[in-house]
Design a protein around this ligand. Structure first.
Ligand code: NAD
Ligand code: UDP
Ligand code: UDP
Length: 335
């Protein structure tokens, strides 16, 4: 007696390898700042087909304008907290608001995005045999007691604070990634991203680089939050995208820090923006928000050794590259 069950279909991964078809890549959060630059880079390779899934909370179709109607590109309005059925070979999972103003706006939604969203993408990866990369964050180190931060540092995070929806959310997302890897054999990659800047940052999202550039161009005082001695290390977006692609294509699960180790106090950043963009603006000290990490700098030894990656663009070279984009979006013409 013959079975009525049809023979199994080849998984998309084996299918694309066998027929040397295009690599089908899903980018969640691809309409956002880093995601849209990642899509630009992936689309340069004619063997890639890119599907973007985004709910447009902080991202915008505008960031992907040049790819709309391209035959190798598809844009889907979808919230990752809902199940998603697509057939892909790789998943870059970025969907999550990254700026404190936006992730604190609806904290319950932020943690759902991190937990249920990542669970859904892992379920998808499991069903189709895709490799999945999570963009985690340096915020998993909290207010770090070790400096600079290596991947082996477990962090100093307030589990009930106003930033927890984001940093604890990402910590659970990392846990889910490793549990799917150990339990179901899913191929995972985890990037711990440090502060990233560049064109297409949201102008009014409250992040320090976008604030200072917009303020300098509008000839408004630069708002340095007290005490101003807190530090961050800023990575230009093209370096970030190259690091993410190397991680995805490499053999190491991570977590791997991707960031620029050049460390600046917020007062130094303000002075640099002033000097490069508008020497006439003032610097104002203003109140800070709770739980602001006092220092942050990636130890990128692992990225150098495992990925052969290190950033190429210094802060002084990167900041001027944002000016034209910010001018045109702010409607400020060159003086
Ligand atoms: P972004 O806010 O510009 O992009 C996030 C994108 O995700 C947006 O397009 C948004 O609309 C989309 N999104 C949010 N919630 C969603 C949901 N539930 N369903 C579908 N789409 C959703 O932020 P970004 O700076 O491009 O950050 C991208 C990723 O990198 C995030 O995961 C963030 O946590 C991580 N990261 C960024 C930085 C940074 O400095 N920019 C630092 C550390 C980590
Ligand atoms: N999922 C999805 N797309 C898929 C496969 C699964 O969105 O192609 C979701 C599914 O709805 C579930 C989650 O991913 O909520 C985890 O899936 P898994 O198969 O690991 O768990 P289960 O469905 O058995 O709870
Ligand atoms: N910050 C500042 N002025 C601003 C916005 C932020 O001095 O207008 C400071 C903030 O206190 C923090 C640092 O800049 O110490 C980085 O803040 P951001 O929100 O950009 O990123 P994150 O705190 O997530 O690293």
């Amino acid at each position: 007696q013959t079975s009525s069950k049809p023979p199994p279909l080849p998984s998309p991964l084996r299918f694309s390898k066998f027929f040397q078809a295009n690599m089908r890549i899903l980018v969640t959060g691809g309409a956002g700042f880093i995601g849209s630059h990642l899509v630009d880079k992936l689309m340069e390779n004619e063997k890639n087909e890119v599907i973007v899934v985004d709910n447009f909370f902080t991202g915008s179709k505008d960031n992907l304008r040049k790819w709309i109607d391209h035959p190798r590109f598809e844009l889907i309005r979808h919230d990752v907290t809902q199940p998603l059925l697509v057939e892909v070979d790789q998943i870059y999972h970025l969907a999550c608001p990254a700026s404190p103003i936006f992730y604190k706006y609806n904290p319950v939604k932020t943690i759902k995005t991190n937990v249920i969203g990542t669970l859904n993408m892992l379920g998808l990866a499991k069903r189709v045999g895709a490799r999945i990369l999570l963009t985690s964050t340096s915020e998993v180190y909290g207010d770090p007691l070790t400096h600079p931060q290596p991947e082996s540092y477990w962090g100093n995070v307030n589990p009930i604070g106003v930033r927890s929806c984001y940093d604890e959310g990402k910590r659970v997302a990392e846990t889910l990634m490793f549990d799917y890897h150990r339990q179901h054999g899913i191929e995972i990659r985890i990037a711990r991203i440090f502060n990233t800047y560049g064109p297409r940052m949201n102008i009014d999202d409250g992040r320090v680089v976008s604030n200072f550039i917009a303020q300098a161009l509008r000839a408004e005082p630069l708002t340095v939050q007290k005490p101003g001695s807190q530090t961050r290390s800023f990575c230009y977006v093209s370096d970030m995208v190259n690091g993410l692609i190397r991680l995805m294509e490499g053999q190491n699960t991570g977590p791997i820090n991707i960031g620029n180790p050049g460390e600046f106090t917020m007062l130094e950043l303000a002075e640099t923006v002033k000097e490069l963009i508008n020497p006439k603006v003032e610097v104002n000290m203003v109140e800070n928000t709770p739980d602001d990490p006092r220092q942050r700098k990636p130890d990128i030894t692992k990225a150098k050794e495992v990925l052969g990656w290190e950033p190429q663009v210094t802060l002084r070279d990167g900041l001027p590259l944002m000016v034209e984009d910010f001018r045109s979006r702010l409607g400020i013409s060159k003086a």
